[in-house]
Design a protein around this ligand. Sequence first.
Ligand SMILES: C[S@@+](CC[C@H](N)C(=O)[O-])C[C@H]1O[C@@H](n2cnc3c(N)ncnc32)[C@H](O)[C@@H]1O
Length: 205
Amino acid sequence: MTGRSPKLQRAYDLRSKEEAEAVYDDWAAEYDADMVGGMAYVAPANAANRLVDLAGDPGPVLDAGCGTGLVGAALAARSVAVIDGVDLSQGMLDQARARGVYRDLTKADLTQRLDIPDDTYAAAICVGTITDGHVGPEVFDELVRVVRPGGLVVATVAHVWESRKVGEHLDGLVAAGRIHLREADEWDSVNGENVRCRIPVLEVR
Ligand SMILES: C[S@@+](CC[C@H](N)C(=O)[O-])C[C@H]1O[C@@H](n2cnc3c(N)ncnc32)[C@H](O)[C@@H]1O
């Protein structure tokens, strides 16, 4: 990845969760202007629309790696009523809170077990967070655990589909009887940077 916006490149180059927390705390106030205004970041709208197109307002939705709340805003614009968010960065969570569309916002590390009981949510969505320098496909295991059977997990995966063996990981969840993989199509993600993503849609068994 060369020729990228320096701030986006800094995010892709993250090497630890401590570094991720510091970088996103520092970026939080300018993130929306940089990503949406500056780079035409469309992944939040694309993923939120895909979830609502498939499930309507499914009931409580967990936004994993919610950042400043672009996904929550897109879901709320489509009349999703109850949205909770988790993120590693308190600075990003503070921006999300200011939108007024989330019920609960919690600081949490998606690489660890979440402090959420099994089958809590009707759906989960994870946008811009399974990518270079961020989290790997293991996050799907936790999202599947906290979504009730019949619910959907929708995520964007940019850059790392092959390198992090995301397809193989999802195949393992299928083989274990934990999900049905409904689709994993390619979509636009960051138009100003020519970044595309896949949007896998998992139906929890
Ligand atoms: C590119 S932003 C995406 C935010 C939001 N979903 C969006 O699409 O605008 C990536 C987010 O992942 C969060 N993040 C990175 N590593 C994380 C981890 N281990 N646990 C929870 N959140 C993490 C960052 O703090 C940041 O808010």
